[in-house]
Design a protein. Sequence first.
Length: 360
Amino acid sequence: MEFVSIIHPSPTTKSERLKAIAEPGFGNCFSDHMVLIEYDENKGGWFSAKIGPREPILLDPAASVLHYAQEIFEGMKCFKHCDGSMALFRPQENARRFNASARRMAMPEIPENLFVKAVCELVKKDKDWVPEIDGGALYIRPFMFASEAFLGVRPAKQYKFMVIISPAGSYFKNGPAPVKIWVSNDFVRAAPGGTGAAKTGGNYAASLVPQAEAIQQECDQVVFLDAVERQWIEELGGMNLFFVFNDQTVITPPLSGTILPGITRDSLIHLIKEEGLKIREEPYSIDQWKSDAESGTLLEAMACGTAAVVTPIGTVAGHQGEFTIGNGTAGPLTTKIREKLVNIQKGLEKDTHGWVVKVN
């Protein structure tokens, strides 16, 4: 499918762009252009691929997404390498996960190559928006939603697939410094058989109240327990977890259908194994977490995701009190793995996995 390029009538001036990306924060700044591809079941599927000015979406008040929440999205980054080239990190995996989310939400799949092409075309268009700051990158948000106007509980027949770009710095205000986590006892993120493994907005909406509770408790993030026994650690509001022990083993909660299969998570599993550590994907309870931290058996805990990359966890708090992991600072494995992953993404270290994809 070829993209029709629409000329932007009033693109951001160079001086305005440089000012915007000098301190972009995360998710507050946006580039000039966007991608839009239409889907209509009655027209045979995907059609009309366009790249043009980022602008408001014209949407009927009866659009299905507004009433029945058929919506999915992805989060990925593009990095500027020292030679000036632009590089994506494992974009094919984002395309695969996007389609897995689509299947769970009764939405049409988009060809993986078309997904990646849409991302690449937009990056080429807005490559000058990369922030020249530590940790700076283009955060890319592909998303799809049901646009058919009707009121009735069934899968929609019309959809819009879109891609926008947000120049970004660090996800947390203090960068990769250790974060404090709040244990949610009253709320769960997902239940067995639900949509926990899909990257859909409803999962994140469900995390907003417990996240607000975490902020009230002077914590950075909330950690969710399982919906059945309320004892097994699952994930943070938007990040997977790893636990590092003094016997050279690492545990990460298993993908049981209630946890998002993170691409950063999968990457860390590979990198941790390369460090000679044994990694186990198995359940780990909140009581065991506290016990292991207090006994010194647990040396480090880290959270990971596209936005935050790898973030050390320093303190865990909850209604039953709080405990500290190690000495509350970033541990050696967390620091090393983060540096290795970031260096691969930025082209500073050899990519032996074929993860980095140059945007031509």
